[in-house]
Design a protein. Structure first.
Length: 441
């Protein structure tokens, strides 16, 4: 009876976490449709739709359509991602930040606070750039996107910066709430929601292209089959592991003999997950977005060269994915700590000495795995966009979006399963204690 009560309590806790996460994501989706004050939503949407294949298509996909509508969440979570990248890089270069990281939870909270301050600064810069650029743009029929004369433009810039910064701060807060009280990583869940929200519109657009004859039916089927095959490939690679054999020495009480219990240390093939593509995309979008807001010739040339599915973009994108894969793995996975923990528990890798030799072996295995993981990430993130461009599909579609969708879905599913397993384990232990008390009585 007591175990059933504990199971029901655990189920209610998980249900509450899931409902809270859905509630936060619903608030985010509502905010996506609230326009920034002083903006003609239809005119801005019409303007952005004409540039949907460029860097704005990539940015708009990550914000769930908020940029195309120029809503209060037009910047989305991307300034926070950019700030996180900057501070992760600075942590390895600045002794003060490195020392804060070693201080544990207190140091990490301090770094998180600095990251949020940097997010506000980046949001102000991007908000100013977007408002200045929009104020100078006009539609093909000659209408200005922003009307009201010089005074109206200044008022628009001021209100836009305030609104976009407040929207970014609110989205960042929502992400923190999901991470603390919900299911999954808050920032990843927000990006996941934005990408997933664009799927119905993309499917409808594809159907319209087939009906109008702009896209052949066989090409549409091939595109759909390729997407399904890519999803299966991502699922397979995301759950694939390299198992390092581990043995535990056990001393028998009767004769003093020892026996070895064999286990394994699982290491994911794609250890950093979706972090490298998100970081790489964010880093590429920030300068490219700023380049759109100036009339300088060389900046315009750089903007045109750094275009999704372009050669320069893909080369830089691949390089950043490789860099962040190794960099993130080196930060998160501490081989020395793993080796020390194995040594304390009496575990060892067969044929490898405990201590430094074990740590070096784990690093060697992890580096080799990372090579395969980087190749997989680069193919998934770059190849779909190149194929779509070859077929002339007039809307943005990339492997990065699919990777984020599948990766976040798998990670969230694993967290739910882990939560359920923990509940069952806790209820089992509590039931065992209750039964033992009854026996003693």
């Amino acid at each position: 009876m007591a175990q059933q009560v504990n199971d029901n309590k655990g189920a209610n806790t998980l249900r509450s976490k899931i409902l809270f996460t859905l509630f936060c994501l619903a608030i985010y989706r509502i905010g996506v449709h609230i326009p920034t004050p002083g903006v003609d939503g239809n005119a801005v949407s019409e303007f952005f739709n004409s540039q949907n294949r460029g860097i704005f298509g990539l940015f708009n996909t990550f914000t769930g359509g908020a940029l195309a509508q120029f809503s209060i969440f037009a910047l989305g979570i991307m300034p926070y991602i950019s700030a996180s990248i900057i501070f992760q890089l600075l942590t390895s270069a600045i002794p003060f930040l490195e020392q804060l990281k070693k201080e544990g939870d207190a140091g990490r909270k301090k770094i998180s606070q600095y990251t949020k301050y940097a997010t506000i600064v980046l949001a102000v810069i991007q908000g100013y750039g977007m408002s200045t650029w929009l104020a100078s743009q006009s539609l093909p029929d000659g209408r200005m996107l922003i009307s009201g004369g010089m005074l109206g433009i200044y008022y628009f810039k001021f209100m836009t910066i305030i609104t976009l910064v407040a929207g970014t701060a609110f989205v960042m807060w929502l992400g923190d709430q999901i991470s603390e009280r919900g299911i999954g990583n808050g920032s990843s869940m927000i990006i996941f929601t934005g990408i997933a929200a664009s799927i119905p519109a993309g499917a409808q657009n594809l159907i319209q292209l087939v009906k109008s004859g702009e896209l052949q039916f066989i090409v549409a089927l091939l595109l759909l089959a390729f997407m399904i095959a890519t999803i299966f490939a991502v699922i397979y690679m995301e759950v694939a592991q390299r198992r390092i054999t581990i043995q535990y020495s056990q001393r028998l009480a009767n004769g003093g003999m020892t026996s070895a219990a064999t286990s394994h240390l699982p290491v994911k093939i794609n250890f950093p997950g979706v972090i490298p593509p998100i970081f790489a995309s964010s880093l590429l979008m920030f300068p490219s977005t700023l380049a759109q807001f100036t009339n300088v010739a060389w900046i315009k040339a750089m903007s045109e060269s750094i275009n999704p599915n372009g050669i320069v973009f893909n080369i830089i994108f691949v390089g950043l994915i490789i860099f962040f894969s190794f960099f993130y793995t080196d930060i998160v996975f501490n081989a020395d700590e793993v080796s020390e923990n194995l040594k304390k528990t009496g575990a060892f890798v067969p044929g490898i000495r405990a201590g430094k030799s074990t740590a070096d072996f784990i690093r060697y295995v992890l580096d080799r795995i990372n090579v395969l993981g980087c190749f997989y990430l680069c193919v998934i993130c770059v190849l779909p966009g190149l194929l779509v461009q070859s077929f002339g599909i007039p809307f943005y579609f990339g492997g990065t979006s699919l990777l984020i969708l599948v990766g976040v879905a798998i990670d969230t599913s694993q967290q739910i399963q882990s939560h359920l397993l923990t509940q069952k384990y806790d209820s089992f232990l509590k039931g065992t204690k209750i039964r033992s008390r009854r026996v003693q009585f």
